[in-house]
Design a protein around this ligand. Structure first.
Ligand code: UDP
Length: 377
């Protein structure tokens, strides 16, 4: 463990990565930290709030569904809140009808008007897939190789253009690898062993992670580089380009925003419906009460999701990682490696598209590696 001059650690960002780092330091290294966040609340983009007009728990910055196949990570989050099992059964509304996602046997049979069994569907999809693509160089090639042009154009082309603001040919193949293709009727969006949502919302979970005598939380407190001298080390979960005052240029992010509407009853009968067509500007509609099926509400709140390029005034969400971004990122990575006293963590700090389970695992690892403690298994 590094030696300390009795100065605490500063953790910038009270989202999931910052909270886990602070907790690990407190619990396993006996190190105190101050966690700051420029927002007026903790939990970053997982922030949830029970709306006064409906009583429904809303995922204010977009729905987050926790999923992992790592039992330790599942047990970790369950220490800090009660999680209810949840199956996300996403639907896609297209001009040809409503289909089930991720693409599964039902989707294939419905889309092509067939009655294929799993073996026949595999043979059929192989016959429509583009076999000339051996190593997909981008999102589009990955899709054409996996499912062929018809399914790609129906479900991915428009959605991806709207979501990312560019051609799928410019995007990495890894984005599509997030979604499986199934040759059975399993329509669970996530293939992980543990999928759930916290009963009291993510904000309560993060508050509980941060609830330790060695952790001091200050919300509504923006980062300022002059703070660094008062701390032994900084774990920074803001954007890496912001830390360096954008001196090497800005990294590209997409941001998302929502049109919120409250009505009576059940708006769409499902938590998420995607709209892959270019006939509408939005990408999907979330109906928040369906993310808490253990609750009953007469009214309902729906968020229609739009995506746009991130301007300096917007919150960055999805790292685009286009070729030009990766060149800029490399410069920041070199500067980060040459900087002492700061470690970059989380989605914005590492400029990667990370799910919550990965954020937790990486935050545990970075704390453990830095302080040299053994994490209990
Ligand atoms: N995607 C798509 N159509 C869909 C759902 C997803 O084209 O109906 C693509 C899109 O490019 C998206 C990516 O697959 O960004 C990953 O989807 P995921 O549902 O994992 O996105 P998230 O929920 O993280 O925004």
């Amino acid at each position: 463990m590094p030696s300390f001059n009795h100065k605490p650690i500063l953790v910038v960002g009270a989202g999931l990565s910052g909270a886990v780092v602070a907790r690990e330091l407190a619990e396993h290294a006996g190190v105190s930290s101050v966690v700051i966040d420029s927002r007026h609340h903790v939990a970053g983009n997982c922030h949830s709030l029970r709306a006064v007009d409906t009583g429904i728990l809303e995922h204010v910055y977009g729905p987050h569904i926790f999923h992992t196949s790592n039992r330790e990570t599942w047990e970790y989050v369950n220490r800090f809140g009660t999680f209810h099992p949840f199956v996300n059964r996403v639907k896609a509304s297209t001009e040809r009808g409503i289909f089930s996602l991720p693409i599964n046997l039902h989707t294939i049979n419905q889309f092509y008007g067939k009655h294929l069994n799993p073996t026949e569907a595999k043979v059929f999809l192989a016959s429509v897939a583009d076999t000339s693509i051996t190593t997909p160089a981008n999102f589009e090639e990955q899709a054409l190789k996996m499912i062929g042009r018809d399914l790609y154009e129906a479900f991915f082309l428009g959605y991806t253009q709207k979501q990312w603001g560019c051609s799928p040919r410019e995007l990495p193949a890894s984005i599509l690898s997030r979604l499986p293709v199934r040759f059975n009727y399993d329509d669970n969006y996530y293939a992980d062993s543990f999928v759930g949502l916290p009963e009291a919302g993510y904000t309560r979970v993060i508050e509980n992670i941060l609830d330790h005598p060695l952790i001091c939380v200050r919300v509504s407190t923006p980062w300022d580089s002059s703070m660094q001298r008062d701390f032994e080390h900084v774990f920074f979960s803001g954007s890496i380009d912001a830390f360096f005052d954008y001196e090497e240029g800005r990294l590209g992010y997409r941001t998302v925003y929502w049109d919120r509407k409250v009505t009576d009853g059940d708006y769409q009968g499902n938590a998420v419906i995607n709209y892959p067509g270019m006939d509408v500007a939005y990408t999907r509609i979330h109906e928040h009460k369906h993310f808490a099926p253990w609750e009953t509400h007469e009214r309902t709140v729906v968020y229609t999701e739009f995506s746009k390029e991130t301007t300096p005034a917007d919150t960055p969400y999805y790292p685009k990682r286009l070729k030009a971004d990766m060149t800029v990122l490399e410069k920041y990575r070199q500067r980060a490696a040459a900087s002492s006293g700061v470690t970059f963590i989380g989605r914005l700090g590492s400029y990667r598209y990370l799910d919550m389970n990965v954020v937790i695992e990486e935050a545990q690892k970075v704390s453990r590696d830095f302080f040299g403690f053994t994490h209990p298994t």
